[in-house]
Design a protein around this ligand. Structure first.
Ligand SMILES: *[C@@H]1O[C@H](CO)[C@@H](O)[C@H](O)[C@H]1NC(C)=O
Ligand SMILES: *[C@@H]1O[C@H](CO)[C@@H](O)[C@H](O)[C@H]1NC(C)=O
Ligand SMILES: *[C@@H]1O[C@H](CO)[C@@H](O)[C@H](O)[C@H]1NC(C)=O
Ligand SMILES: *[C@@H]1O[C@H](CO)[C@@H](O)[C@H](O)[C@H]1NC(C)=O
Ligand SMILES: *[C@@H]1O[C@H](CO)[C@@H](O)[C@H](O)[C@H]1NC(C)=O
Ligand SMILES: *[C@@H]1O[C@H](CO)[C@@H](O)[C@H](O)[C@H]1NC(C)=O
Ligand SMILES: *[C@@H]1O[C@H](CO)[C@@H](O)[C@H](O)[C@H]1NC(C)=O
Length: 584
């Protein structure tokens, strides 16, 4: 239970306060100091059973400040805050209460404890708290000449301030200086995101480590996880491997490889601020190459072929109508019967001939509307033939592939099994109502052995788009499915109680906001380009102009052969049905 200050209460307290002003004024400088220290926080949480202190803090708040104050009687009732930045005050003589509050406050939040104790006792307490890795505690003593004690765990030094030395206290608490303390972390090669070049790591993660080292004056020692695993995972029986496992055994305090922010079944661990985001995508083999002989049909798109078809049909119908309803056919003495022949076979043949530029003068009469239709056809043919011939060169000289898989739907239809080597990704297809994802989850396998590699597998999009853009060997035949399975944010993983979490978060947030991540990404590409060039595959170089070979134009011969076969069959048919006579 907690009680929020309401205005009514404040007015009431003020009335009471005027009566005994002198008796309780000794908390006033202390409370003013507290408000100064917490001036950047949007709310203050107070744990106190001291009525005098409570009255005064509410009263001063209503007159000079207007912070939201939550009051708790017992530290056990305190809930860890989520989003709002709180300042914490505890009025108690019990050390355990202070530590309990520190535990319940968010990591790195400053706690001001109000108590009267000897300095030697305070120093012992500070050291005891630091043994439990608790820092950011300030102990203040009330009174006009009260004193304030703060502890720098890295120098093992307790500093004393006067109660009005607000600026000095502020300065002592910020900026943070870890005075070269060593923090152990894991870092391993996840090329091309973090790359080990001759023992030196390049990439965003090493750059962030360097930045943190510089800003906090801290020494970060990294090692590859001792068990040889990478990120590792926590299995259901509680044993953990890789970088995650080392966070449990305290062999390392932070895992400096970006990891997807998701549930790992490890409630003792938490994430730092976000470093970047990325998608989890499926890699599939590229679609197969279209056989050369069909190339001719890929000169135009399907829609274009349909339009051509309709134009030709329209031209035929037009010619048919012109011929059929031409009155001259009846009235005049006809010399050239062909131009009035409206049987479908003649009309079709005439249009075909015009389309292939082999028409004869007798096929069309010299009448105005006949000339018009012929002229229109020629104009059309001029465009289409030129387009066709120029596209034919491109299409026949380059390799064409069937369309690649780019959506989850196509992936479902493709029958690929999707694999991963990472057991912590076991749930990516779970908890979704998407029917395609549900179907894919049945075809999702977790492999334990590199030799079992399947053609379709899960990976970070950034990683493979980088490799593909660098034309690395082994990437020439793979394709990234454009629709991603899931998108994730990335951060570092560390123990929930890590004392440096708050300070690291501040630096990571600044790095992220200032856009360094993108800059470092570009830099990394430049840095790695020489190294990656050695492993790049050589592209099949197509030289232009190159002569057409018979292979390129094989389709024409297939069509010719087909035509000849059909003609031969028709010939045989006519021969045996008696329409053909041999006249000696
Ligand atoms: C608080 O307000 C009173 C009167 O409103 C003023 O005299 C006093 O200086 C103020 N104190 C602070 C710390 O601002
Ligand atoms: C810190 O200093 C005190 C004396 O001021 C000493 O007793 C203690 O051992 C020191 N602690 C560490 C970790 O050096
Ligand atoms: C960083 O820490 C080292 C080791 O304690 C110290 O010598 C150095 O003065 C510190 N640097 C700064 C800028 O505080
Ligand atoms: C790229 O190389 C330069 C010079 O060797 C180095 O200073 C920089 O940190 C490297 N950048 C990244 C992102 O590794
Ligand atoms: C827990 O399971 C892992 C395999 O998932 C196994 O290697 C390990 O021995 C098990 N540990 C215990 C304590 O049962
Ligand atoms: C690791 O450190 C944490 C806190 O620093 C502690 O609670 C935990 O017991 C330690 N684990 C081991 C195996 O030492
Ligand atoms: C995900 O779903 C599959 C079956 O649909 C199930 O076997 C597996 O245990 C689930 N994984 C998690 C982490 O929920």
């Amino acid at each position: 239970m907690f009680f929020l200050l309401c205005l009514m209460g404040a007015i009431f307290l003020r009335e009471v306060e005027t009566v005994s002003q002198t008796a309780k004024s000794n908390y006033k400088p202390l409370i003013e100091l507290i408000f100064q220290i917490f001036k950047k926080h949007s709310a203050i949480t107070v744990v106190s059973t001291n009525d005098r202190f409570n009255d005064e803090i509410f009263e001063l708040n209503s007159v000079n400040f207007s912070t939201t104050i939550s009051l708790f009687q017992d530290v056990q009732e305190l809930q860890p805050p989520k989003d709002v930045s709180y300042g914490f005050i505890i009025v108690s003589d019990n050390w355990e209460d202070i530590l309990e509050m520190k535990k319940r406050a968010r990591n790195g939040d400053l706690i001001v404890a109000v108590m009267e104790q000897q300095i030697s006792v305070l120093m012992a307490f500070f050291m005891y708290a630091w043994n439990l890795k608790f820092k950011d505690i300030v102990i203040a003593q009330p009174g006009e000449n009260g004193e304030v004690y703060a502890f720098d765990p890295f120098l093992n030094h307790t500093k004393k301030f006067g109660i009005r030395q607000v600026e000095e206290i502020d300065k002592f608490l910020t900026p943070k200086n870890y005075h070269g303390v060593t923090i152990k972390g894991t870092l391993f090669d996840t090329s091309p995101i973090t790359v080990n070049v001759n023992g030196v790591f390049l990439g965003i993660d090493p750059m962030i480590i360097k930045t943190i080292e510089h800003c906090l004056n801290v020494t970060i020692e990294t090692h590859v996880p001792y068990d040889g695993e990478q990120f590792g995972y926590k299995s259901q029986n509680g044993s953990a491997t890789g970088a995650i496992g080392e966070l449990y055994t305290n062999e390392s305090e932070i895992a400096f490889n970006q990891i997807f922010v998701k549930e790992y079944g490890a409630p003792e661990l938490t994430f730092t601020n976000i470093i970047s985001d990325d998608c989890l995508c499926v890699i599939v083999p590229k679609a197969s190459i279209i056989p050369k002989w069909t190339a001719i049909f890929y000169v135009f798109s399907n829609q274009f072929w349909i339009v051509i078809f309709f134009v030709v049909i329209t031209a035929m119908i037009g010619l048919f109508i012109i011929r059929k309803y031409d009155i001259d056919r009846i009235t005049k003495n006809i010399q050239n019967k062909h131009v009035y022949d409206h049987s479908w076979s003649t009309v079709c043949l005439d249009v075909w001939q015009a389309l292939f530029n082999i028409t004869y003068s007798y096929a069309f009469s010299s009448k105005y509307h006949n000339r018009l239709i012929l002229g229109a056809l020629f104009l059309y043919v001029l465009n289409i033939n030129t387009l066709f011939q120029s596209s034919l060169v491109t299409v026949t000289t380059s390799q064409k592939r069937y369309p690649d898989i780019n959506t989850m739907k196509q992936l479902v239809e493709s029958n690929y099994h999707i694999s991963t080597f990472s057991p912590s990704l076991a749930d990516v297809f779970n908890n979704t109502r998407n029917p395609y994802m549900q179907k894919l989850s049945k075809r999702f396998v977790i492999l334990h052995d590199e030799s079992q590699r399947l053609p379709a597998f899960l990976t970070r999009r950034l990683k493979y788009s980088f490799l593909i853009s660098m034309k690395q060997k082994g990437t020439q035949h793979i394709h990234i499915v454009q629709e991603c399975v899931k998108s994730y944010r990335l951060a570092y993983l560390l123990h929930r109680n890590a004392y440096f979490l708050h300070d690291f978060n501040g630096i990571i947030a600044k790095v992220f906001e200032s856009g360094f991540i993108n800059k470092w990404n570009d830099m990394l590409k430049l840095n790695l380009s020489d190294m990656l060039k050695q492993n790049a595959y050589v592209e099949e170089h197509v030289e232009f102009p190159r002569p057409f070979t018979i292979i390129d134009l094989q389709t024409s011969f297939y069509i010719l052969t087909l035509g000849l076969i059909i003609s031969y069959i028709v010939f045989l048919f006519e021969y045996y049905s008696g329409r053909c006579y041999y006249v000696p």
